[in-house]
Design a protein around this ligand. Structure first.
Ligand SMILES: C[S@@+](CC[C@H](N)C(=O)[O-])C[C@H]1O[C@@H](n2cnc3c(N)ncnc32)[C@H](O)[C@@H]1O
Length: 309
């Protein structure tokens, strides 16, 4: 059953672990790079921290401004629309190198999953999948214009989809007859390929194709790499970088980034194994099932902020 978007409650994932990971201290400034529906931002504010809340989704920004109206007036929160890949230009220059913690809670918010932008294969919507409407690439553009091999690469690399080839072929054939504009048209093609290949699996056949498309549309892996580099620069010595990821491609990037900082002597400590949600949390919030949290503590601050502009 498809929930009514307005009634979907957003439960922030691994909340206590995030707060202790960030070591929120009263008066310290924190960046919530993926503020979404404000769950983690709210908790940081309640613990006495101040927050620069970012999101690239215009709808999220509107909701955040309403939700934190009072905190905005009290100058305990700053809300900015933008991509965390551009974190350095979103944080005021005088705060660069002084931030106590940066949080990334990657993926989609409930607002996005159940909204009208075609993120879910359970709802018939236009094939959009943009988190930011300033992005010129939509899922429909990729599906209808990319070459068969480019589609194959996206499904294989970003979705780890075993039937990437037959699915790319089927899309190629279908779009020669008529443009593929909606999520259910795409779902029908993917389900058809699975049916023909007599492959059965526990998850919905369109899961991996939708994940791959979303990652490609929003350039999620490139943004994450750049966002982590920026986060490291804005952090003060001893500041914490906390990242929640939801699939192995993201987790690999975070793990490598943190280990590299450790090797370079720029990180004091990093989580050896990712922190995951316990059974109780997963029961009340199924979105936490695939969440992996990693934390790194910055050791020293060497970069001269002036050289960055
Ligand atoms: C899982 S939600 C965050 C939920 C949030 N922690 C909460 O408690 O409500 C992820 C959010 O990150 C945003 N986002 C994803 N990639 C982004 C990027 N590169 N730059 C800025 N925001 C991004 C999405 O628009 C979405 O609102």
């Amino acid at each position: 059953m498809i929930p009514d978007k307005s009634r979907v409650r957003h439960i922030p994932v691994l909340l206590n672990e995030v707060l202790s990971g960030l070591e929120v201290e009263p008066g310290g400034w924190f960046v919530d790079a993926t503020a979404g529906r404000g769950g983690h931002t709210k908790a940081i504010l309640e613990s006495g921290g101040k927050v620069i809340a970012l999101d690239q989704d215009q709808d999220a920004i509107t909701e955040l401004k309403l939700k934190f109206d009072q905190e905005l007036k009290e100058e305990r929160v700053v809300i900015k629309e933008g991509n965390f890949a551009n974190l350095l230009s979103l944080v005021d220059k005088e705060r660069i190198g002084k931030i106590s913690g940066v949080l990334f809670d990657l993926g989609m918010s409930t607002q996005q999953i159940w909204g009208p932008r075609g993120f879910s294969f359970l709802k018939s919507e236009a094939l959009d999948m943009r988190m930011s409407l300033t992005n010129e690439v939509t899922a429909a553009k990729i599906i209808n214009n990319y070459s068969r091999n480019e589609l194959y690469e996206i499904f294989r690399r970003l979705g780890e989809e075993n039937l990437a080839g037959p699915i790319a072929d089927a899309i190629f054939r279908a779009r020669a007859i008529k443009r593929i504009e909606t999520t259910d048209e795409l779902v029908e093609i993917v389900v058809g390929v699975y049916h023909q290949a007599h492959v059965q699996q526990k998850i919905h056949p369109a899961t991996r194709v939708f994940q791959a498309l979303r990652i490609a549309v929003n350039r999620e892996l490139e943004n994450l790499r750049q966002g982590l580099e920026c986060a490291w620069i804005v952090l003060r010595s001893g500041g914490r970088c906390v990242v929640i990821s939801f699939h192995s491609l993201e987790d690999r990037i975070v793990k490598q980034f943190f280990l590299n900082k450790l090797r370079l002597g720029e990180a004091e400590s990093v989580t050896k194994q990712p922190i995951v949600a316990n059974r109780v949390e997963i029961k009340s919030n199924p979105a936490a099932r695939s969440a992996k949290l990693r934390i790194a503590k910055k050791l020293k601050y060497e970069q001269d902020a002036k050289t960055l502009f």
